[in-house]
Design a protein around this ligand. Structure first.
Ligand SMILES: Cc1cc2nc3c(=O)[nH]c(=O)nc-3n(C[C@H](O)[C@H](O)[C@H](O)COP(=O)(O)OP(=O)(O)OC[C@H]3O[C@@H](n4cnc5c(N)ncnc54)[C@H](O)[C@@H]3O)c2cc1C
Length: 332
């Protein structure tokens, strides 16, 4: 273990200043990712700035009918909040299907958005990994890649984005609020996760020292019957092999609105635009869902061990669409 200093701050301006002024520093929220990465030597901060005392943990109803989730709101508190449960069941379910109850009590929304990939080559300091050591190569491409991505990959990285909540927030078109040395700004979730391309080490458009103060979820009336379906090797305490977040509105037997996020299969929380386009105005029935799912996965790039994810993602999408349609029609 390398030594590092520890500072506890109580106001956002100081937190930003402390981290922005030192490239070797890092925020510490729940610590459920950061402490792990420090222990295994993948994160090597010289200074850790504990932000748990900042006043950014509230969950508040917004005047427009949406909800603001503080950057330090705990996953378990967000999942259990009555407004979230009623208006955004997709988010509650995504949060409840992640990690374990103990972890969710510690882990924060900001930390969840910033968590690093679970690729074993990223976490193994001796393996080639362009994300951890740019230019060293990607051991996963020719290695054990059963859990890796088939969408949004590049020849430099195929690691899957691990967050469940971010998949739901993608379908809900949430907005991340940031505070940095130059003031505040907002980034739509759709722009918040960068595909690896030639620079897999850069995962977000966030500058060093920028703090996630909140996540704004806009009002989405159709989300009251939304669905999150996660498929994994075991039923709890496991990351997704494939997941789907679905917001569906059906009118006169046809799809009036469809928003789909995919997890477990892509390098970013994936917005299934091709499937959504295929569904627009289509009959709300199985054949439309199957066609849309196949269309989404048409551009998937399988590797030696993960071709199964293409069909798995299609089936996950179809099942989530069927469930959402049944709920939307009041029979689910
Ligand atoms: C065993 C295990 C299983 C898990 N399973 C799942 C799962 O199934 N699904 C899932 O979605 N997640 C899962 N997780 C990940 C978990 O959700 C994250 O570890 C957690 O959300 C991170 O939040 P934290 O507050 O602990 O962040 P920290 O560990 O404190 O920080 C994580 C990163 O975010 C940065 N950071 C933290 N807060 C902010 C902020 N406000 N602004 C800017 N940067 C910030 C830190 O500097 C650090 O780089 C699992 C984790 C573990 C250990």
């Amino acid at each position: 273990m390398r030594p590092f200093s520890y500072t506890r701050v109580s106001d956002p301006a100081t937190a930003v200043e402390e981290v922005a002024s030192d490239p070797d520093s890092a925020f510490l929220a729940g610590g459920t990712t950061e402490v792990d990465l420090i222990r295994i030597g993948v994160a090597r901060p010289r200074r850790v700035v504990d932000i748990n005392a900042l006043p950014i943990s509230r969950i508040e109803e917004a005047p427009d009918g949406g909800v603001r989730l503080g950057g330090l709101a705990r996953m378990s508190d967000v999942a259990a909040h009555p407004v979230v449960r009623e208006r955004y069941p997709v988010l509650t379910r995504a949060l409840e299907s992640g990690a374990s109850p103990q972890l969710r009590n510690m882990a924060t929304m900001g930390g969840n958005m910033m968590q690093r990939v679970r690729c074993s080559y990223f976490r193994d300091g001796d393996a080639a990994c362009n994300k951890r050591a740019p230019g060293s190569g990607c051991a996963a491409i020719g290695g054990v890649n059963r859990g890796h991505a088939v969408l949004g990959t590049s020849e430099h990285c195929i690691a899957v984005h691990p967050s469940d909540a971010a998949v739901a927030l993608t379908a809900l078109e949430a907005v991340v609020r940031l505070r940095g040395p130059d003031g505040e700004r907002s980034v739509p979730v759709g722009d918040f996760f960068l595909p690896p391309g030639d620079t897999p080490e850069r995962e977000h458009p966030v500058e060093h020292g920028e703090l996630i103060t909140a996540i704004d979820v806009p009002p989405v009336p159709a989300a009251r019957t939304s669905v999150y379906l996660k498929v994994r090797d075991r039923e709890s305490y496991e990351f997704a092999l494939a997941s789907a977040a679905v917001v569906l509105r059906v009118q006169d037997g046809a799809v009036a609105e469809a928003r789909i996020g995919l997890g477990g299969v892509a390098t970013t929380p994936w917005r299934a635009h091709r499937a959504e386009e295929a569904l627009a105005g289509a009959p709300a029935e199985g054949a439309s869902y199957e066609l849309a799912a196949v269309r989404e996965m048409r551009e998937a790039v399988p590797r030696s061990m993960n071709a199964y994810k293409i069909e798995l993602a299609e089936r996950t999408m179809v099942r989530a669409l069927r469930t959402a349609a049944a709920r939307a029609e009041g029979v689910g």
